[in-house]
Design a protein around this ligand. Structure first.
Ligand code: NDP
Length: 326
């Protein structure tokens, strides 16, 4: 083996609640985990405002604060948290090979995938144009809402994310117009009620986005169509927020791991095991149903325990650390 190749017992890819929880358990079990944070250190929760439903925070906590605490907790037990993202893997042999930032090669006894999911966009050319220009299209109200203080914005989507983001924007912006493509929300009742009860949020049902309008540099409005009447009209707005769901970040693994038709990694039911021995998955990369921070954390724990037992089975010198692990 060349000197430049590093060997690690447990490599964790991703730094959301799943990755950090896996790291806490793996570190306490003497697996000396190395965790690569990826392109969005802290994961999706860093773009969430208040987290009110994670047990143990009766007053709520902001997403970024929670992720900092999780990182500290993982580091406290010896997790090595590193910048950088994994650009290639090879799970075809007995040693699991991972490349970081194209160059650094790591050979891993176990790999825990916690790469999460990314925001989806409508795919309209005008949306992509102003997204690339940084001219008024965003998939993160918490990150970008500040720039639209006292302005009028449009948000598309009808799930919990859209409701949460619309409500967040309503506190900053003069008016928020919410585009719901069907005649009902997908969001939970409490989130829907919050939006319906906010005076400066206007909800347009049966409405789809035709085009994001702009002056070539920045967004000036949104052309929408009523799906029932066919009527098209323009809404003046300086910001266009997209909150229509997420895509799992699993492209990297598609040559080796079994994925479902939408790209989520298929795990052995009731476990974090993938179709490759020694490779485990946790969090939203394998969860298109619950997608909660607390479920991600739970599956992160499962992945570390599964990895620990796998290591104990293949390496007689490695012992499951029952004294401190549970
Ligand atoms: P969802 O998949 O739940 O909702 C996506 C929404 O976007 C749907 O209303 C969908 O419409 C709409 N949509 C999709 N494509 C288009 C399109 N091309 N044009 C217009 N609208 C479109 O995603 P979320 O991100 O909202 O939520 C994901 C998960 O995370 C959920 O389980 C949710 O409960 C959870 N979550 C929980 C939060 C909390 O509890 N605090 C906060 C945020 C998310 P349609 O309904 O017609 O399919």
């Amino acid at each position: 083996m060349s000197e430049s190749i590093e060997r690690v017992k447990c490599l964790i890819i991703g730094s959301g609640p799943a990755g950090y929880t896996a790291a806490i358990y793996a570190a306490r079990a003497n697996m000396f985990p190395v965790l690569y944070q990826g392109e969005q250190p802290g994961g999706q929760l860093t773009t969430t405002n208040d987290v009110e439903n994670f047990p143990g925070y009766p007053e709520g906590i902001t997403g970024p604060e929670m992720m900092i605490e999780l990182q500290k907790q993982a580091e406290r037990f010896g997790t090595e948290v590193r910048d950088g993202w994994v650009t290639k893997v090879d799970f075809s042999g007995s040693v699991h090979k991972v490349w970081v930032n194209e160059t650094k090669e790591i050979h891993c006894d176990t790999v825990i995938i916690s790469t999460g999911a990314s925001a989806m966009y409508l795919g309209l050319p005008s949306e992509q144009k102003y997204l690339q220009l940084g001219g008024g299209v965003s998939a993160c109200a918490v990150c970008d809402g500040f720039f639209y203080r006292n302005q009028e914005v449009v948000i598309v989507g009808a799930g919990d994310s859209a409701c949460e983001e619309a409500h967040y924007l309503s506190k900053l912006c003069k008016k928020v117009t919410m585009l719901v493509r069907r005649d009902e929300f997908r969001a939970s009742q409490i989130m829907e009620a919050r939006v319906r009860n906010t005076s400066n949020i206007e909800i347009l049902f049966n409405t789809s986005t035709e085009e994001v309008l702009g002056d070539g540099q920045v967004v000036t409005g949104v052309r929408v169509k009523n799906n029932v009447t066919g009527k098209v009209h323009d809404i003046e707005a300086t910001g266009f927020f997209v909150a229509i769901g997420h895509k799992p970040n699993t492209d990297l693994f598609k040559d080796f791991l079994e994925l479902d038709p939408t790209g989520y990694i298929i795990n052995v039911p009731g476990t974090s095991k993938t179709n490759i021995e020694g490779v485990f998955v946790s969090g939203d990369a394998a969860d298109n149903v619950y997608r909660q921070a607390v479920t991600a954390a739970g599956t992160g724990c499962m992945a570390a325990l599964d990895a620990e037992r796998y290591l104990a089975a293949i390496d007689s010198t490695f012992e499951v650390n029952t004294a401190t692990n549970y």
